[in-house]
Design a protein around this ligand. Structure first.
Ligand SMILES: C[S@@+](CC[C@H](N)C(=O)[O-])C[C@H]1O[C@@H](n2cnc3c(N)ncnc32)[C@H](O)[C@@H]1O
Length: 220
């Protein structure tokens, strides 16, 4: 196992076996996940600028939302994802890929240098969501946007919430630290953005712990 470390509390453990499994899983399941969330992504990612920073790009699920010829600065610490991510950029979508093998808590990008940051299904997995959101605020220039599609904890007392709790350990083990128990609207609203628009919604997939989601935009 390789540890990719930047600051204390912001490490990403690259596990060769589970990393490869997750790369294959998201390559195979990507079209199904996209089908489930496409309406939200189409709305949020409709007018992306020509240069976008993406946190946790995985194997390139969001490439299709970039115009050909765009530049994607992909912050993806998980090396087993990189081969498919590079292939998706070059062959499938004509996107110029600037791959950063680091964590979203510490992108290394300059202050106020970025117009748009996106993520999908990433704040569930990062070690420290509040640190990631502080980093997004730091790198966004005034007027810039952070656009997100994320899965979150179900309301307390619901059967979905009980299932999220029951499955938390095997789910986190399988999906490299992913938690279905995060109320991500709270750190998003606490991060100091000028404005945060959040839409909660529910999928009806067999992956029940993943069905409670939010999509929205935070404005720097
Ligand atoms: C569930 S996958 C989602 C991938 C992709 N965004 C998608 O929608 O298919 C979570 C991704 O976040 C990445 N990740 C985990 N911790 C991270 C961190 N601290 N910083 C940046 N990316 C991280 C993982 O390597 C993985 O690619």
């Amino acid at each position: 196992m390789t540890s990719l470390s930047s600051r204390p509390g912001t490490t990403f453990e690259v596990h060769p076996g589970r990393g490869a499994f997750n790369a294959a899983f998201f390559a195979v399941m990507g079209p199904y996940i996209e089908w489930n969330v496409r309406a939200h992504k189409q709305r949020l990612f409709a007018d992306l600028p020509r240069t976008v920073v993406e946190l946790g790009s995985g194997v390139g699920a969001n490439m299709r939302h970039l115009a050909p010829g765009s530049t994607l600065v992909a912050v993806e610490p998980n090396a087993p994802m990189h081969r498919r991510l590079r292939a998706a950029a070059a062959a499938d979508h004509g996107v110029d890929l600037d791959l950063r093998e680091t964590v979203a808590e510490h992108t290394g990008l300059p202050d106020r240098s970025v117009g748009c940051v996106i993520s999908s299904l990433v704040l569930c997995t990062v070690a420290d969501p509040a640190a990631v959101l502080a980093e997004v605020r730091r790198i966004l220039r005034p007027g810039g946007t952070y656009r997100f599609v994320e899965h979150v904890a179900a309301p307390a007392g619901t059967p979905t919430r009980a299932l999220q709790r029951a499955l938390r350990r095997p789910w986190a083990w399988t999906f490299e630290g992913c938690s279905c128990e995060r109320d991500l609207a709270v750190p998003l609203r606490a991060a100091g953005f000028a404005r945060v628009d959040i839409e909660p919604y529910r999928l009806h997939s067999p992956f029940v712990p993943f069905n409670t989601q939010i999509a929205g935009t935070a404005y720097a």
